[in-house]
Design a protein around this ligand. Structure first.
Ligand SMILES: Cc1cc2nc3c(=O)[nH]c(=O)nc-3n(C[C@H](O)[C@H](O)[C@H](O)COP(=O)(O)O)c2cc1C
Length: 255
């Protein structure tokens, strides 16, 4: 069993989502102690944008002309039995760097046009590779209070890419609360639920309803969360205004 945790947060090690993903992997490894685990940090890779030439289907089928880290990354993703996509929600979607990483998967697909049978979209492409051994989990935090409703675009996209029911999700609101010191105990409790979700997934192939119910509880009550978030950003704005005023006064004095 090879687990590949793809850290798609531009914040790298400081990612809130990564904390959930690592807890989930810890849970997996309690059930699968022999599993090999590797982390791929999108931020650390040199990945150029897809330029849309489709030469990976025409001149050099299966291979992109760009000489960057993508070919090696594709080898890693192909070999993995379980891909964990860990990312923040940006504008109700994937962060740009992860979208670029996904766009660069085109060489792994065959161009032949195929019909869909799942009632989603119309048309699809098949992989060049046998990925029947592979499963996918999406783990993500977002900034609003609740995750529900905010991931509709992500789910619509992955329903088309991976197929409805072919992936598991662990989404969580209030992501910016994870590093807050006074919430340490609550965050540890929540990460415990993520570990439990990992154990469920390794044992049953899904997150069980009892665990899901715990994961669906907010980190903080909505009113307290929103009050705290709003007053924090108001405090930041006041400090920024004070800094700008001091800089303008210094400039006026000729300093
Ligand atoms: C460019 C940008 C766009 C964002 N868009 C959303 C959004 O659409 N909905 C939301 O709830 N949070 C949004 N957020 C907040 C992040 O999803 C949130 O801070 C998340 O916990 C960051 O995760 P990470 O630490 O794993 O990178 C956005 C943040 C940034 C920087």
């Amino acid at each position: 069993m090879k687990i590949l945790l793809i850290n798609g947060s531009p914040k790298g090690e400081k990612s809130n989502s990564l904390r959930l993903s690592r807890a989930f992997v810890e849970g997996l490894r309690e059930v699968w102690p022999d599993a090999e685990t590797e982390e791929l940090v999108i931020n650390d890779l040199h990945v150029e944008k897809c330029i849309g030439c489709l030469n990976c289907w025409k001149r050099t089928p299966g291979r992109c002309f760009q000489n960057d880290d993508m070919a090696a990354a594709i080898d890693k993703t192909r070999e993995a039995d379980l891909l964990i996509w860990s990312f923040p929600l940006y504008y109700y979607s994937l962060p740009g760097s992860l979208k670029i990483f996904y766009d660069r998967q085109v060489p792994t697909m065959k161009p032949v046009m195929m019909e869909r049978t799942d009632g989603k979209g119309n048309g699809k492409h098949a992989s060049r590779y046998d990925l029947s051994h592979q499963r996918n989990v999406l783990i993500s935090t977002c900034g609003f209070c609740y995750y529900k409703g905010n991931y509709d675009a992500v789910k619509a996209q992955f329903d088309l890419i991976l197929g409805v029911g072919n992936y598991e999700t662990l989404f969580c609101g209030q992501g910016e609360m994870f590093p807050v010191p006074f919430l340490k105990d609550r965050v540890e409790e929540y990460l415990g639920h993520c570990r439990e979700a990992g154990r469920d997934y390794a044992s049953c192939g899904c997150i069980l309803p009892a665990t899901r119910a715990k994961l669906d509880e907010t980190i903080m009550p909505k009113d307290k969360f929103e009050e705290m978030a709003d007053s924090y950003y108001a405090h930041c704005a006041a400090k920024a205004a004070a800094r700008e005023k001091a800089a303008a006064e210094a400039a006026a004095r000729g300093e």
